[in-house]
Design a protein around this ligand. Structure first.
Ligand SMILES: Nc1ncnc2c1ncn2[C@@H]1O[C@H](COP(=O)(O)OP(=O)(O)OP(=O)(O)O)[C@@H](O)[C@H]1O
Length: 233
């Protein structure tokens, strides 16, 4: 559950997210908008990786400004940033175990959770291979496994399907549909195919402002993504 009121994010003098009001519950929510609209900036704040400068934010009924509550949020969070790197010498298992450790998962449940997450992204055969020996799409899937390992209640994905082959993209969309019942998923993407196949609703940002929030039917009724953007250009 994500609840934001007049949330504002700035990079120096540039306002990346401007006075955003947003309520998101369980389900898969597309976060759309042109390059530079503020999607990644918003996701970083929702992931508690950066602070908002103004406004109110509640994540999973907790206040991320309070250190103890922020820790509780992080334990229940999965975040795949737009770009990420791992130590090339780590194996897939070690990369995902490292994420489990950062999320404070109990040592006795972590190994099984790591294997499950690696299976969910289809990398079981490569689990003991080094990260640097994987293809770009496979490295992306390691990032997805890291985000999934703690069975997060809130899952934030910044362009997760970039570089995935069609079969893996489909597997990923199916996985998100399974998670939708019990997880608040925010999926920043430029791919309308991802939106159509697995999202319940769409939020469109334009120059840091929310210009649309509704179901996919409502988006169609509004003329589709391009029409909404054109009205605000
Ligand atoms: N670290 C930073 N320092 C300064 N400005 C930044 C920084 N990160 C983002 N910005 C600016 O904030 C605005 C929003 O960028 P952001 O990356 O959030 O957009 P986006 O919607 O994710 O774009 P894209 O679709 O290209 O990934 C842009 O104008 C960008 O130049």
């Amino acid at each position: 559950m994500i609840s934001a009121a007049r949330l504002t994010v700035r990079h120096r003098r540039m306002t990346a997210v401007d006075s955003l009001d947003l309520e998101l519950g369980d389900g898969v929510h597309a976060l759309l908008g042109p390059n530079g609209a503020g999607k990644s900036s918003l996701l970083r704040v929702l992931a508690t990786a950066a602070g908002a400068v103004e406004g109110r934010l509640t994540l999973l009924e907790r206040d991320p400004r309070r250190p103890a509550e922020r820790l509780e949020i992080r334990r229940r969070l999965g975040y795949l940033p737009q770009t990420f790197g791992m130590f090339g010498g780590f194996t897939v298992r070690e990369c995902v175990t490292y994420a489990a450790w950062l999320k404070d998962m109990p040592g006795r449940t972590a190994p099984e959770a790591v294997e499950r997450a690696v299976r969910e992204v289809g990398l079981t055969r490569r689990i003991d291979d080094k990260y640097r020996t994987l293809s770009g799409g496979m490295q992306r899937r390691v990032g997805i496994a890291q985000a999934l390992v703690n069975r997060p209640r809130m899952l934030l994905l910044d362009e997760p399907t970039t570089g995935l082959d069609p079969a893996e993209r489909e597997r990923f969309q199916t996985l998100l549909r399974h998670l939708a019942d019990s997880t608040t998923v925010v999926l920043a993407t430029h791919l309308m195919e991802d939106v159509r196949s697995c999202c319940d609703s769409a939020v469109i940002l334009h120059s840091g402002r929310k210009v649309f929030h509704g179901s996919l039917e409502e988006l169609r009724a509004a003329g589709g993504y391009s029409a909404v953007i054109a009205r605000h250009d």
